[in-house]
Design a protein around this ligand. Structure first.
Ligand SMILES: Nc1ncnc2c1ncn2[C@@H]1O[C@H](COP(=O)(O)OP(=O)(O)O)[C@@H](O)[C@H]1O
Ligand SMILES: [Mg+2]
Length: 158
């Protein structure tokens, strides 16, 4: 599934659509260069999922947990930014791998940094600069990811 995000309002709209399509246990990998909009998308998603506070890029902490309610059930959404991770082993040492337990929703910026130790995604989102806007591609890699994509109603989809 591909779309063009003309400006940041489209990125936010995709975040809202994704928030509505979330399912417990979902693991989402966000690919794209610095400034592609990975954090912006995650921020919009978390706010739409009901998180009222700020959403900072977890640049130094590498991970930041949020608690949201999905269909009346509390679910932890954990946002990672692995850009500054020194080696894939660090992902294991920090205990991050245990977060991927089939219940938490894990959203990972810079999954490349934990290659080999990061569980495979249910959904891959690839953002790239295109003119003044961004192109986005969403790909499912599991039944759960496919369910999420089927639940996704995003008006800008090409
Ligand atoms: N669709 C879009 N078109 C143009 N600019 C966008 C779009 N979506 C987000 N942006 C801008 O791009 C930047 C993305 O930054 P950020 O989300 O921190 O990127 P990343 O986390 O991928 O490094 C922000 O300045 C944001 O305002
Ligand atoms: Mg970021």
């Amino acid at each position: 599934m591909k779309a063009h995000l003309r400006d940041e309002s489209h990125t936010n709209a995709l975040g809202v659509s994704l928030a509505r399509a979330l399912l417990p246990g979902l693991s989402i990998h966000l690919h794209g260069d610095l400034g592609a909009g990975k954090t912006a998308l995650t921020r919009a998603l978390l706010h739409a999922a009901g998180h009222a506070g700020t959403v900072k890029s977890p640049t130094y902490t590498l991970s930041e947990p949020y608690r949201v309610t999905l269909d009346g059930q509390p679910v932890d959404v954990i946002h990672y930014d692995l850009y500054r991770m020194g080696s894939p082993e660090e992902f294991l040492d920090t205990g991050f791998r245990e977060d991927f337990d089939g219940h938490n929703i894990c959203i990972v910026e810079w999954p490349e940094k934990a290659e080999g130790v990061l569980p495979p995604p249910d959904l891959r989102v690839t953002l790239s600069v295109a003119g003044d806007g961004r192109d986005v591609e969403l790909q499912a890699f599991s039944a759960l990811g496919l369910s999420c994509l089927q639940r996704l109603h995003f008006p800008q989809i090409l």
